[in-house]
Write a new protein. Structure first.
Length: 209
């Protein structure tokens, strides 16, 4: 069973309280999404392997540690996931970025892939899928399924707010994918919005409502 990590760091929780506020401007909301993603990225990569290297300082040779040649990729689910990318790229400048676009079929209600562009070596990379809201889990589960079809094996999911329903579905369909959230909220309402949540993350990032 995958683990669920809820970040209780004071900086993340402080920024999340402003993010939830309905009066927060588009500009500030966009900045906060990026900043929270950056802070969460710091924790979500804590298990990256290190190797020892010798570094010559102006004084002497120091025994230092660097990431051991691990290839990483960040994959946002369009469109809201785009808001989390800049913060993560600031932390990991050499990371490759793939994109997954999904829409819900009005008849079957199942996610349909309309865009899928990955680095050519995606199956060799450790992947962090990002989407601000883990609500029903439908989009996240579908995105991870499409990634696994490419041969990808090492995948994490990072969302800012999760609902118990989405976490449960993720753990059922992808028990090998660890989940990272800044908050695990109460439930979904009848419209499948997270309660108390923060509304529609995509609309609030891009100012489309």
């Amino acid at each position: 069973m995958s683990k669920v990590c809820v970040f209780d760091h004071p900086l993340i929780q402080h920024k999340l309280s402003i993010l939830r506020d309905k009066n927060t401007s588009v500009k500030e909301f966009r900045e906060l999404i990026s900043e929270i993603a950056m802070l969460m990225c710091y924790e979500a990569t804590r298990d990256l392997p290190l190797e020892e290297v010798d570094v010559e300082t102006p004084i002497a040779v120091a025994k230092c540690r660097r990431i051991a040649g691990k290839k990483l990729a960040v994959v946002p689910i369009l469109r809201a996931g785009l808001g989390m990318v800049d913060g993560m790229v600031n932390m990991m400048p050499n990371v490759k970025v793939g994109h997954i676009g999904l829409f819900r079929d009005p008849d079957t209600l199942e996610p349909v892939k309309y865009y899928f562009k990955m680095p050519p070596d995606i199956k060799e990379r450790d992947i962090i899928v990002v989407d601000p809201m883990l609500a029903t889990g439908g989009s996240a589960c579908a995105a991870i399924h499409f990634l696994k079809e490419t041969g990808a094996k090492h995948i994490k999911l990072m969302s800012i707010i999760g609902a118990p329903e989405g976490v449960e579905r993720m753990q059922k369909e992808h028990p090998d994918v660890d989940i990272y959230v800044a908050a695990l909220d109460e439930k979904l309402n009848e419209h499948c919005y997270i309660v108390p949540g923060l509304g529609d993350a995509g609309d609030r990032i891009f100012g489309t409502k």
